[in-house]
Design a protein around this ligand. Structure first.
Ligand code: AMP
Ligand code: GLY
Length: 430
């Protein structure tokens, strides 16, 4: 089978790597891909991943059997719909189904209909509604832009003025709408659910580090690192998520005649009252998806093709390796506020030679003279596997220390609290 992957980040690099390792996958094409992907697959230029006609042209030129759409923007823009209409097997939801990520109020409505546990929420379109929602729910305040905001749409604060200021900014947008939500206390978990429209399989859970700095300080980012498995989480959490969250959601989407085919990313808070959904996304997480995928042993192409063609029931159960996986993100100077592009990256070969480590390209470009330079906020994902979290993080940080990028920065505490047994679910003894 020949597979086309749409996207250019570390998530797509991980997908290409996983697909290439499947003996039933004969070739992988990426559009536009990146310099790291280019070493293991064919990259095709694609100026805009949301341009359905351009994506169709690449798919046709390579007569691919499966298209995997990586990022949320083309999903919400309807690229999967265009590909499906043209007869391709597509792993990635329709625009209608991707509204689970594209609109927080829609996701809340589906969760309510499906009986999925989540934070109490008020959908607001006026400042008066915002004020009364903030009063009703109390501090800490959680104010979320309704639409896609690339990780910058959510403000969590004790400061009522800051909550109101974010609300004003959200409502100032055309058709501005926002959600004020109850604060959820407890560690966060990402569970990636592979869906074929009616059935669901879940990858092993991961934990993401969203803040830019050590100790969860500083602004939110797209994610600065992740690890899997979660030694502190309840056993069989993925099964619980399927039964109580993913399957009811998939059933509700099916009932609405907008079946969800692709990855339902369930972002959970492990609260004292049990797991609650913080967010749904319609794709693999980045970088949290990379560690769950790194542990997946089940051949990826076969799995995603089964999901894309509605035959997940025929697929084997998912298998994960018992080893731990850790990813540390190397970000460009100034990320997340104002990332500085163009910095030269050195040490890629040395990092890849650290046993148990490999490097995924997140935001890089090959300069005309052959240098690899930073071309995004998050530049590289340094991946590692090891017998346990402590050894995986040792390996990851050894590989990170081989890399050089002027002004580049990374967190030094990815998976540290988990490796030390210091993560606890509020109100539980574990
Ligand atoms: P979202 O875009 O919905 O994923 O939110 C981004 C981040 O904001 C989450 O990963 C959480 O860290 C935080 N967050 C979102 N909703 C809540 C909530 N209800 N309570 C506490 N933190 C939240
Ligand atoms: N790392 C969080 C996300 O992919 O949304």
């Amino acid at each position: 089978m020949k597979v086309l992957v749409i996207g250019s980040g570390a998530r797509e690099h991980a997908l290409v790597r996983g697909l290439s390792a499947d003996p039933d996958v004969s070739a992988v094409v990426a559009a536009p891909g990146n310099p790291g992907i280019d070493l293991i697959a064919q990259c095709e230029p694609l100026a805009d991943v949301c341009d359905a006609a351009a994506v169709l042209a690449v798919a046709a030129r390579h007569t691919v059997d499966l298209v995997v759409v990586g990022p949320e923007a083309p999903l919400v823009a309807g690229v999967s719909d265009a590909l499906r209409e043209a007869g391709y097997a597509v792993y990635g939801p329709s625009a209608a189904a991707a509204q689970l990520e594209g609109s927080k109020s829609f996701a809340k409505e589906v969760m309510a209909s499906a009986g999925v546990p989540t934070a109490l929420a008020h959908v607001c379109t006026t400042m008066a509604e915002v004020e009364s929602a903030l009063d009703a729910l109390g501090a800490p305040h959680v104010v979320k832009d309704d639409g896609l905001a690339a990780g910058k749409g959510v403000v969590v604060t004790d400061d009522r003025e800051a909550a109101l200021a974010h609300a004003r900014a959200c409502l100032a947008k055309p058709d501005g709408q926002l959600v004020v939500e109850e604060f959820l206390d407890g560690p966060e978990v990402s569970v990636f659910c592979i869906c074929d429209g009616t059935s669901v399989r879940a990858l092993s859970p991961a934990q993401d580090f969203k803040r830019v700095g050590d100790g969860d300080l500083g602004p939110n980012t797209g994610g600065m690192g992740a690890y899997s498995p979660l030694p502190w989480a309840p056993p069989h959490l993925s099964d619980w998520v399927i039964e109580h969250i993913a399957q009811p959601t998939i059933d509700e989407m099916h009932r609405r005649e907008t079946p969800f085919v692709g990855t339902l990313y369930v972002g959970l808070a492990m609260t004292s009252r049990g797991p609650r959904v913080v967010e749904f996304n319609a794709r693999f997480g980045d970088p949290d998806g990379q560690v769950s995928l790194a542990r997946l042993v089940t051949p990826l192409g076969t799995l995603l093709y089964a999901a894309a063609t509605g035959r997940l029931d025929d697929a084997d159960d998912l298998h994960h390796r018992p080893e731990s996986a850790v990813v540390v993100v190397l970000a460009a100077e100034g990320y997340p506020a104002a990332p500085v592009p163009g910095g030269t990256i050195e040490g890629l070969d040395a990092a890849a030679e650290v046993p148990g480590a490999w490097v995924l390209h997140a935001g890089t470009r090959r300069a005309e003279d052959g240098r690899i330079v930073a071309a995004g906020g998050r530049v590289l994902d340094v991946m590692a596997v090891g017998a346990d979290l402590a050894s995986a993080r040792d390996t990851a940080y050894r590989a990170v220390s081989c890399l050089e990028l002027a002004g580049g920065h990374h967190r030094s505490d990815i998976a540290l609290a988990a490796a030390r047994g210091e993560i606890h679910i509020p109100g539980s003894d574990t």
